[in-house]
Every structure is written in structure tokens, then in C-alpha cells.
Design a protein around this ligand. Structure first.
Ligand SMILES: C[S@@+](CC[C@H](N)C(=O)[O-])C[C@H]1O[C@@H](n2cnc3c(N)ncnc32)[C@H](O)[C@@H]1O
Length: 210
């Protein structure tokens, strides 16, 4: 990667991610799903920690947030310290989780499966570290159900992902979860208010491990 690319990823991208992930619509999604996570929770791609304020201490005993970005984990530190549940932050990619099998009672992923290098490997790892039958709460954006928007998502993704930390506009998140062996119930899909046409198709719900 060039020096400009590295500077972009270290300095500009963390700021962009934080800004993009703070919309009112996304905030409402976080408030809806995050408090449902229970027991010891794994958050995949914790980023700057925007979900951490919404864990419910009556349900979640502790949260382990992983992310490969050291810069974003620095931003997450203050939110981790202010959370109502104990939070540990671990620098690691979802494709190689440094945890024992069946350790976690639940998991949560938001706006991250678009960006992981190998979603199949990442989801296989999530299944490995989740207890059998445990829930993975997901809030993700991805491939639209409208053919014209899909076509634009495919065209724009090669450039978009270079600027956006490998964010793909055109991943079918439900299919990725099913292919990994999760059962989805509920699954809610559709374009949400307030987002651009290429980024506003969201997949939200609960994926069960097996
Ligand atoms: C758009 S941000 C979302 C951050 C956070 N989940 C949120 O909802 O605010 C995408 C996140 O995916 C993380 N990410 C990228 N590749 C990853 C990987 N291989 N494993 C885990 N996280 C990854 C990025 O570092 C970044 O924190």
C-alpha cells in the first residue's frame, strides 16, 4: 500500500467510519438490537465502540470487542470505560479469533460484514466460538433487492472499497449467514430512511448458531 493509502487508512478512515456510523437511523437500530445481547458477548468489529453504551447490564455480563484496527480501538477505549458492563478490547481480525470454542453466550456484528476480507472464514470463526444455539445479532448493509441499484452497487464497489476500508456495497448478508450454517429468525430487510441508495439496504435480525 502507498504512503498516501496508509495515511488515509490511519487518519481519515477512522474519522469517516465514526461519522458514517452515527446517523439517527443507525442509532435507532443500535438501541433496538444491542440491549438484547446476553451473557458473555462477543462484538465483532467493535470499531470506535458506538454500540457499547447500549448493552444492558441486566442481560450482558461482559463484552469482548474485537477489531483489527488499532486506531479505532484507541477511539473505543473511552466508550469501553464508560459502558455499564465490563468491556475488553482485543486487536484481532474476525477471521482468526483468539478464543476457545463455545466460549460466548451471544455475539453482535454491526456494519462490519461488508468490510471483512473473508466473510465465510469470519462467520465460521464466529460459529466456532459461540455456544451451540447461541444468537448472533446483526445489523448490516448490503445488496439491494432492486436490480438497478444492485447493478450500481456492483459498479461502484471496486472504488468504494478502496476508500472505505474494504467496505463492499453488494454483499448478500443473509446468504452469507445461511451459507455459514446460521438459521435466521427474524430477518428484516429493506431500504431504510436517510441513507444513500447504494448504502441504505439493511439486513437486521438474529442468526442462530445451528
Ligand atoms: C463501518 S465500521 C463499523 C464499526 C462498528 N461495528 C459500528 O457499528 O460502529 C467497520 C468495522 O469493521 C472492522 N473490520 C474490518 N475488517 C475486519 C475484520 N477482518 N475483522 C473484524 N473487523 C473488521 C473495521 O476495523 C471497522 O471497525
Amino acid at each position: 500500500m502507498s504512503a498516501i493509502g496508509r495515511a488515509w487508512d490511519r487518519r481519515v478512515l477512522p474519522w469517516l467510519v465514526e461519522k458514517a456510523c452515527r446517523s439517527t437511523t443507525i442509532l435507532a437500530e443500535r438501541k433496538r438490537w444491542v440491549p438484547q445481547a446476553a451473557g458473555e458477548v462477543l462484538e465483532i468489529g467493535v470499531g470506535s465502540g458506538l454500540n457499547l453504551a447500549f448493552y444492558d447490564p441486566d442481560r450482558a455480563r461482559a463484552v469482548v470487542g474485537i477489531d483489527p484496527s488499532a486506531e479505532l480501538l484507541v477511539q473505543a477505549r473511552a466508550r469501553a470505560d464508560a459502558a455499564a458492563v465490563p468491556v475488553a478490547l482485543v486487536e484481532a481480525p474476525a477471521e482468526r479469533l483468539p478464543f476457545d470454542a463455545a466460549r460466548f453466550d451471544s455475539a453482535l456484528v454491526s456494519y462490519t460484514l461488508c468490510s471483512v476480507v473473508d466473510p465465510a472464514a469470519a462467520l465460521a470463526e464466529v460459529r466456532r466460538v459461540l455456544r451451540p444455539g447461541a444468537p448472533l445479532y446483526f445489523i448490516e448493509h448490503g445488496r439491494s433487492d432492486r436490480p438497478r441499484i444492485q447493478a450500481w452497487q456492483r459498479r461502484v464497489t471496486p472504488v468504494w472499497r478502496r476508500l472505505g476500508g474494504n467496505c463492499h456495497l453488494d454483499r448478500d448478508i443473509a446468504q452469507l449467514l445461511r451459507d455459514a450454517g446460521f438459521t435466521l429468525d427474524p430477518l428484516e430487510v429493506g431500504h431504510v430512511e436517510g441513507g444513500g441508495r447504494l448504502t441504505s439496504y439493511t439486513y437486521q435480525g438474529v442468526a442462530r448458531n445451528g
